[in-house]
Design a protein around this ligand. Structure first.
Ligand code: UT7
Length: 311
């Protein structure tokens, strides 16, 4: 996480908002905001080093890096290549994936398929964002919602029996529907305005679709795996809004105590939110080896998806 923390009260001097409104509508209490010396690459590098160390590996054991981000350091090259260089890796491949808040789900699914296809042995999957740089700090409907940060995991090839008791990714489902593109977008880009642009969102419209899309894709992942909600030990959802998380868990029949919530501390960190929530629940001992973990995200595009992982 970036060093600087911004509390809800800090917004009361910038826009017409209140701590009470933000907590009641979103569950957010604070978020981290990147300083001048912190970028998507530097945050991503730190998360990557932590993930590699906790896997008991060295950077050179990694032969694939997939970075989920919508806030790259430069339009090109991919920020993943910069992180590869910072880690001192000269072999394998590195690239960015852009699916906004669903980016980590897309990136982890992609890495899983590279490994299953024999293209990689050990993949580093990173979600890293500096959304504060895309925000319109005069728009109270968006600037209070997002934060910066990075999280990462390492996935490696191993033989399984094709059962849900296997370790690793059991099932993944991805969806997108571009008819919703104007509900959550950035109003700039290299081929149009030649600027970076600012994030624009019809929050109520996103909210209206979120719970249905999230629960549909999760039910699809359950049927691919042949499991049901009772088999889930931990639900690690995208952290956009506490109300969306609670409504999704309720609709699926997942008990509150199995839901990992970090939106209060991190705000919405887009592609970083799921790996950050995972890292919190692993560090505090909730997620343990053998647990069935359900990951989910939904965001701009719209894109959405779910992954079932046997930890
Ligand atoms: O990660 C990608 C996915 N993104 C999301 O999941 C976001 C989904 N959307 C949401 O989480 C919610 O829609 C929001 C948190 C963005 C907004 O909550 P809401 O309950 O849908 O509120 P609203 O947009 O219907 O706005 C209610 C009122 C409005 O005032 P009027 O028109 O009723 O007078 C807004 O202008 O709240 C006002 N408002 C604010 N008031 C104080 C909007 N933003 C603020 C604010 N402070 N920051």
């Amino acid at each position: 996480m970036p060093k600087r923390i911004m509390a809800n009260r800090d917004f009361e001097h910038i826009v017409d908002t209140s701590d009470e409104w933000i907590i009641q509508r979103t569950g957010i209490r604070q978020r981290h905001i990147a300083g001048d010396d912190e970028t998507t690459a530097s945050l991503g590098e730190e998360a990557a080093r932590n993930a590699i160390a906790s896997a008991g590996l060295e950077p050179n054991d990694i032969d694939l890096i997939v970075l989920a981000t919508s806030t790259p350091d430069n339009t090109f090259p991919a920020t993943a290549v910069d992180i590869q260089n910072r880690l001192g890796i000269r072999h394998g491949a590195a690239f960015d994936m852009q699916a906004v808040c669903s980016g980590f789900i897309y990136a982890l699914t992609t890495a899983d398929l590279y490994i299953r296809g024999g293209m990689a042995q050990r993949a580093l999957v990173i979600g890293a964002e500096t959304f504060s740089r895309l925000l319109d700090w005069e728009d109270r409907t968006t600037c209070v919602l997002f934060g910066d940060g990075a999280g990462a995991v390492v996935v490696e090839a191993s033989e399984g029996a094709g059962l849900t008791s296997d370790t690793g990714i059991i099932a993944a489902k991805l969806r997108s529907d571009g008819c919703h593109k104007s509900k959550l977008y950035v109003d700039g880009g290299p081929s149009t305005t030649k600027t970076v642009g600012h994030l624009r969102m019809q929050g109520r419209e996103v909210f209206r679709h979120a719970v249905g899309m999230i629960t549909d894709v999760i039910e699809d992942s359950f049927s691919v795996a042949g499991i049901s909600a009772e088999d889930i030990d931990w639900f690690v959802p995208h952290q956009a809004n506490r109300r969306i998380i609670e409504a999704s868990a309720k609709k699926l029949g997942i008990a509150d105590e199995k839901v990992v919530v970090t939106v209060d501390r991190h705000g919405n960190t887009s592609a970083a939110s799921v790996p950050l929530a995972l890292s919190v629940a692993v560090a505090d001992g909730r997620i343990k080896k053998g647990d069935m973990v359900l990951l989910e995200a939904m965001g701009g595009g719209f894109t959405w998806g779910a992954i079932l992982v046997r930890w």
